[in-house]
Write a protein that binds this ligand. Structure first.
Ligand code: ADP
Ligand code: MG
Length: 681
């Protein structure tokens, strides 16, 4: 590409004048990429306005000021613990420069020197002072102080001036891009050109126009939406396989199931069937709140593959879930179902591997173990991934690669906010199970301060006396895992002392056999009180359980609490969820009240998304996918919607992106594409 306008931007940082390997490495760490464009898209968090140039007599504490003044006195402190004080004068008054650990350049200054200083003004010993000002130069070099200074996220060893210099060199390379935004939209919004917006934000001479950031955020969202739309279009154009069946296996499974499907289940299954029957690869996300009945849909979809003479696999995130689904499937499926997990016995494993390779076993359920190289299928046509937010995009694809053009169905119980469906999962079609099977009992949720724990335990004793089965959930997070685990074990010991012989314990650090045994004892009712960490969060199905106590509820996200609560209210009896939170937490209590007042998973997920901010709510961190650099959700939701429809309109008019605007849009796709990860990263 001789005339590629992006060539100077996709070049490595070391290509910029004055940037050697070491600095390039530091920059790469701060900006998360190794190319010039990664630097350009590293936006400052804020800007410092250094334009105020008062006389010393006019300095006001709390403001940022730039002054030119003479050094009139320099005081060496009596003890090394005391700061250095340098006195400045400019004829109007005096101010101090204060340094706790000055470098040699400061201590060597001599009175009479004219200095240019910029920083925040404070009050020290009754006088206006600059404590460690960001800028201090000989007055002759006052021009080094920017009028408006961007504040970029830095990293240890990297100084702001180094980023500023590198940024200036990078900005100098910007070509004039053809416009990829729809001209009417740009005009209506009053947006400047891309390069102008970038300069306004990265090297401003006046406080940056908010429209500049808006335009940049839009560019990123537009490129992302265009990328997703292209992925969808490409997938639809790719040959897949058409899976059809006569329904005889399904009919048997449904008869064994004994319930009629809900209207929502019928609709979702029809959408899945249409995808399976179409000669193109399926990528569908089945989204349904906890207890909405996704498992039977998975089985029926998989049986369609079996009816077509092919194989299907269900992958789940935990051993517990694999075993549970396997039991369910084994009871309903008219064809053999294998199980394969890290804890499979040698015999179980041998049988599964042989059956899958020969095709004798059409269905399999497993954990990550299904990824292993030794696992081969005779003809894998459908992969179902349950609770898919726990798997990243890379894993989705890896799994799909086990079969010849396998269809993929992802299922999640986490009600994903619409915004994330449009971005993170945007390359997929979505089916939603809106309602739950009829006759579900009510779940009453109550809040309790930790001081009320004795009353909670007394209520528990009454519930156990009537034969209830109870979950007692303790938090366990990676950062404080050891102390959390100790707390869970202490709680188990205390409850076991209170209710001898009736309590069991399950957590992720146990051997899986031990955990399995604990869960089985709970499911069978032998031990009606289960103390557990969030290992029971996803999918565990013990319909007889009617009470859940969640300790330190304030430490959980709302969506996660909703998942946990979904473990009760699954049978015929009314259920109770008791959220115990740290004392005196007004804000925590308010947040938890939302959970008390609604069981609508979508309302909860949206609230959680808003409270915790877009990146974190579900996902980008869990799945390891990069978030946005210039846009931020939910703040830019309105822009996202425009970007989505604009990308769709462009692709409808110009599917090959061959028009002038289409070619410009290709540049945007490349500009905002994956970050560079060269060897210096
Ligand atoms: P989830 O969507 O959380 O995975 P499950 O598939 O575990 O939900 O279903 C929850 C419970 O509802 C299970 O006990 C399941 O057997 C039951 N169920 C599913 N569909 C129906 C239905 N159409 N009628 C009655 N019960 C159903
Ligand atoms: Mg489930």
């Amino acid at each position: 590409m001789a005339n590629d306008p992006l060539a100077p931007l996709i070049a490595p940082l070391t290509d910029l004048p004055g940037i050697a390997e070491r600095l390039a490495r530091l920059l790469a760490r701060a900006i998360g990429g190794t190319r010039v464009v990664d630097l350009l898209l590293h936006l400052p968090e804020s800007h410092v306005d250094r334009r105020a140039r008062p006389r010393l007599a006019e300095l006001r504490p709390g403001e940022v000021a730039t002054v030119i003044a003479e050094l009139v006195r320099l005081e060496r402190p009596e003890s090394p613990r005391q700061p250095w004080r340098l006195t400045l004068g400019d004829g109007s008054g005096f101010a101090d420069l204060v340094f706790f650990r000055p470098h040699a350049g400061i201590t060597a200054l001599t009175p009479g020197t004219e200095l240019a200083i910029s920083g925040a003004v404070t009050l020290s010993a009754g006088r206006p002072a600059f404590v460690h000002p960001e800028h201090l130069h000989p007055a002759a070099r006052a021009a080094l102080i920017p009028a408006i200074e961007p504040v970029w996220p830095l990293t240890t060893g990297l100084a702001a001036w180094q980023v500023r210099k590198a940024m200036a060199a990078a900005l100098a390379r910007l070509p004039t891009f053809p416009e990829w935004i729809d001209p009417t939209l740009r005009h209506r919004r009053g947006w400047m050109a891309f390069t102008e917006a970038l300069r306004a934000w990265q090297a401003p001479e006046t406080p940056p126009d908010p429209l500049a950031r808006q335009r940049l955020a839009y560019d990123e969202l537009f490129a992302d939406q265009l990328r997703l739309a292209l992925l969808r279009a490409r997938r639809r154009a790719r040959p897949g396989r058409a899976l059809t069946g006569d329904g005889h296996l399904r009919a048997q499974a449904l008869a064994a199931f004994g319930h009629a499907l809900t209207a929502g289940q019928c609709r979702a299954l029809a959408e899945i069937d249409a995808d399976l029957a179409a000669p193109r690869p399926m990528r569908r996300l089945l989204q349904g709140d906890v207890g909405s009945g996704k498992t039977i849909i998975a089985l029926l979809a998989m049986l369609r593959a079996a009816e077509a003479g092919a194989q299907a696999a269900l992958m789940v995130p935990t051993e517990i879930l694999a075993r549970q689904h396997w039991r369910t499937f084994a009871a309903l499926s008219p064809v053999p179902v294998a199980i394969l997990t890290g804890a499979s016995t040698a015999a179980e494993r041998r049988e599964a591997l042989a059956g899958l390779a020969s095709g004798a076993i059409p269905l399999v359920i497993g954990t990550h173990a299904l990824f292993q190289r030794e696992v081969t299928f005779d003809d894998l046509a459908l992969a179902v991934i349950d609770e898919q937010h726990r798997f990243g995009v890379a894993q989705r694809n890896e799994f799909g690669a086990k079969g010849r053009r396998a269809d993929i169905l992802m299922m999640t119980a986490t009600p994903i906010p619409r915004t994330l469906l449009l971005t993170h999962w945007g390359e997929m079609e979505v089916s939603r199970l809106a309602e739950k099977p009829a006759g579900r009992p009510k779940i009453t949720t109550t809040l309790h301060a930790a001081a009320q724990l004795p009353a909670v335990i007394a209520a528990l004793a009454r519930a156990l006396a009537t034969g209830a089965r109870v979950y007692w959930i303790c938090p366990l997070v990676e950062d404080t895992a050891a102390s959390d685990l100790a707390a869970a074990e202490a709680r188990f010991a205390a409850l076991a002392a209170r209710f001898p012989g009736r309590v069991t314990l399950a957590h992720g650090r146990q051997k899986s056999a031990e955990r399995e045994a604990a869960l089985a004892a709970f499911a069978a009712g032998e031990k009606p009180l289960l103390v557990a960490t969030t290992v029971v969060e996803v999918g565990v199905d013990v319909p007889e359980a009617t009470v859940m106590v969640i300790e330190h509820a304030e430490r959980f996200g709302l969506a996660q609490l909703h998942q946990l609560r979904g473990r009760i209210g699954r049978g015929a009896r009314a259920s109770y969820c008791l959220l115990v939170h740290a004392d005196g937490g007004g804000a925590a209590e308010q947040r938890l009240a939302l959970l008390r007042d609604t069981t609508d998973g979508f309302a909860i997920a949206n609230a959680d998304f808003r409270l915790r901010g877009g990146g974190d709510a579900l996902g980008t961190r869990q799945s390891g996918e990069p978030g946005f650099r210039l846009a931020a959700l939910p703040r830019d939701e309105a822009l996202l919607r425009i970007a989505r429809s604009d990308a769709a309109v462009l692709l409808t008019r110009d599917p090959a992106l061959a028009s002038e605007r289409g070619r410009a849009a290709r540049l945007a796709l490349r500009l905002f594409g994956a970050r560079g990860r060269g060897e210096s990263g």
